[in-house]
Every structure is written in structure tokens, then in C-alpha cells.
Design a protein. Structure first.
Length: 230
């Protein structure tokens, strides 16, 4: 009898085993839905102007459903920011690689800048969640770390094209290039459609005209990775 009961119990457990996985998959899908809605609301209203009610409404769910997954707006922003930071790391990690040092400077700029610009155009919430004193501190701290890493990568990459310049000047050129890109990107993101495309070209023109007179066209003897992959 005990064996039969044990067998029946095992069968019931086995039959019910997939259910938690199905619930988990539904939960992950709901979280993705809420984060997508949050990105839209943050872009439309800013972080301060956004609310959990607006996010729930954008997602087509009740506030109670939202609170099953996130206790407040800050938790939503932190989760969304974490996902966007991860994608940003992957994007600039693929852009700043040693193999790109085989390219002439003008092609290098296209190869590096295009994916960075594309990421920001495809993820406008990234800019919203990385600007402003009201943004949750954990996001700004992580962004500061990424900022420092990208500046280091920029210096490493450009250093191969500026072998005749002293190290201190290379660092200044890298920082100036980084600031020019960030400022130009803000202008790009403030426009839409054909006008945005025009600003992308203006940004590239500025970068080329600044770096062109300083740099050799193609770095010679690049074997070490003054531009290491992340």
C-alpha cells in the first residue's frame, strides 16, 4: 500500500513538475512587458514624471499586477537600467576591438561610432536613465564605471593612431574625442527622421576633422592591443 501511495505521489509530482517552469516563463514574459512599457513611459515623461500607474496602463495591466513583480518605480528603473547597461557593454565591447586597428581612421570611426549611435537610437530610455540627479544611485554608479571604461578604451584605440604624440596628449585627445561624441550624440538624439541622419553625419565630420590632422591613417606595427577587448 505504501509503495502504491509512493508511486502515485511520484506520478503526481512528475505531472506537476513543468508547472513552476510555465509560471516562471509567464513571469519573465510579464516582466519584459512591464519593462518595455516603462521604457516608453520614461521616454515620454522622464523619470520624475513617470509613475507606476502610468507604466501599468502602458503595459495594459492593473497596478496590482505590476506590484506582484516590482514594489515601486525605482525598482523598475533599476531593473531596466541593468538590462540596458548590459546591452551597452556588449555594444561597445564589440566596437572597441584590436582587429579594427587594421582600418584607416575614417573607416575606424564609422565602424566604432555606428553601433554606438544605433544602440542609443534603438534604446532611447538609456539616455533618460543615465542623466539627471533624480535617477537611482545604483544606475548612476554603474554608468560612471562604464564611462571610465569607455574612456580608457578610447585612449587605447586612438593611441595606436597617434604614436608620435606624448602619452599625456593622447589622453587629452581621447578625452576630447569622447566629450565631442557624447555632446554630438545628445544632438542626434534630440532629432528624428532625416534630420537625425544629418546630425549623425555632422557628428562624424566633426570627429574626422578633429582627429584627421593628428593621426596617422593606418597604425603601423600594431601587435599588442593598445586597444584591448573588454
Amino acid at each position: 500500500m505504501q509503495g502504491g501511495e509512493g508511486g502515485e505521489g511520484a506520478t503526481a509530482a512528475e505531472a506537476g513538475a513543468p508547472r513552476p517552469r510555465r509560471r516562471q516563463a509567464r513571469g519573465e514574459a510579464r516582466i519584459a512587458q512591464l519593462l518595455e512599457a516603462a521604457a516608453s513611459v520614461f521616454c515620454a515623461s522622464g523619470y520624475n514624471g513617470a509613475s507606476t500607474n502610468a507604466i501599468a496602463r502602458e503595459a495594459g495591466v492593473s497596478p496590482g499586477t505590476l506590484y506582484q513583480f516590482f514594489p515601486n518605480k525605482e525598482a523598475i528603473a533599476v531593473e531596466l537600467g541593468d538590462q540596458l547597461m548590459h546591452r551597452w557593454r556588449e555594444t561597445y565591447g564589440a566596437a572597441f576591438v584590436v582587429s579594427h586597428l587594421e582600418l584607416p581612421l575614417d573607416r575606424l570611426l564609422d565602424t566604432v561610432l555606428d553601433p554606438l549611435i544605433a544602440f542609443n537610437r534603438e534604446n532611447p530610455a538609456f539616455a533618460v536613465l543615465t542623466h539627471g540627479s533624480e535617477i537611482p544611485g545604483v544606475i548612476t554608479q554603474e554608468h560612471d564605471v562604464l564611462h571610465a571604461t569607455m574612456l580608457e578604451r578610447t585612449e587605447q584605440l586612438l593611441g595606436a593612431y597617434l604614436p608620435h604624440l606624448p602619452e599625456g596628449q593622447v589622453a587629452r585627445v581621447a578625452e576630447m574625442s569622447f566629450v565631442l561624441f557624447k555632446s554630438g550624440l545628445d544632438l542626434v538624439m534630440s532629432h528624428q527622421g532625416p534630420e537625425q541622419e544629418s546630425y549623425v553625419e555632422e557628428l562624424k565630420t566633426v570627429m574626422r576633422r578633429y582627429l584627421g590632422p593628428l593621426a596617422c591613417d593606418t597604425p603601423d606595427g600594431v601587435t599588442t592591443g593598445r586597444a584591448n577587448t573588454p
